[in-house]
Ligand binder design. Structure first.
Ligand SMILES: *[C@@H]1O[C@H](CO)[C@@H](O)[C@H](O)[C@H]1NC(C)=O
Ligand SMILES: [Cu+2]
Length: 159
């Protein structure tokens, strides 16, 4: 049946060539944004891309989230007049590539926690590791192939 094959082809191609899905990172995972968590360790091995999101979870009032520059990060200084995020479930969308620095602006948490997080944001679709494999020119990855297979199966059943 021609229409079935057509729908499958569309589903497969749409899935494979769709832009890479944005990832939401929960900072500190289950522990959230709090004192006594090693955020350098949390960030280690993670790849952040433009379009991904950082979620800072904490009881409102106990902490906050301040985006700072590298100097303020190192010295734990709060920029004058900077407005921290305070909702307790603060979502930050990574809009541009480069290094991003976040600290807690409450009391001395930045030094004591130490509640400070530095990440490196890569351009969308770019991966620093590993070296590009033959056949991955269009960002076709094993997961996207699996999803494509799943989608075509579902479409197959539905039509
Ligand atoms: C970092 O921000 C502070 C203001 O909080 C500013 O005084 C300083 O010049 C900035 N440093 C850099 C390297 O941009
Ligand atoms: Cu804090």
């Amino acid at each position: 049946m021609a229409s079935k094959a057509f729908f499958i082809a569309v589903a497969v191609f749409a899935t494979i060539f769709a832009p890479t899905m944005a990832t939401q990172f929960v900072v500190g995972d289950d522990k959230g944004w709090t004192l006594g968590v090693d955020y350098a360790k949390w960030a280690e091995g993670k790849e952040f891309h433009v379009g991904d999101m950082l979620m800072f979870n904490y009881p409102p009032g106990k902490h906050n989230v301040l985006k700072v520059n590298g100097t303020d990060f190192k010295q734990c200084t709060k920029p004058l007049g900077a407005e921290p995020l305070t909702s307790g479930s603060d979502m930050i969308t990574l809009a541009a590539p480069g290094k991003k620095w976040y600290i807690c602006g409450v009391a001395n948490h930045c030094n004591q926690g130490p509640m400070k997080l530095v990440i490196n944001v890569w351009p969308e679709g770019y991966s620093p590791t590993p070296a590009p494999q033959p056949g991955s020119a269009y960002g076709i990855t094993a997961p996207s192939l699996m999803i494509a297979a799943l989608v075509s199966m579902i479409v197959w059943i539905m039509i």
